[in-house]
Design a protein around this ligand. Structure first.
Ligand SMILES: [Zn+2]
Length: 75
């Protein structure tokens, strides 16, 4: 699925394989800039607008590696 942009918190997460425990999410930080991250669908997005890296969630496990992260689109 590619519709990861408009995902909002809902009970859809009950059956979502990318669901992350909120307590676990709270301790995760962007390894690049140490900002907190928020979940957007199958991604964890860095909260720092100057960084903005997106980390994939694979099989319910966040891949918090800068090498694996997707950079925001910029020109
Ligand atoms: Zn960051």
């Amino acid at each position: 699925m590619d519709n990861i942009n408009d995902m909002t918190a809902s009970d859809a997460y009950d059956e979502d394989p990318t669901w992350i425990d909120p307590d676990f999410l709270e301790i995760l930080v962007c390894p690049e800039c140490k900002a907190s991250v928020t979940q957007e669908g199958a991604w964890l997005v860095c909260g720092n607008p100057k960084c903005g890296l997106r980390y994939p969630i694979r099989d319910g496990i966040p891949v918090m590696l800068v090498e694996e992260a997707e950079k925001p689109h910029r020109k």
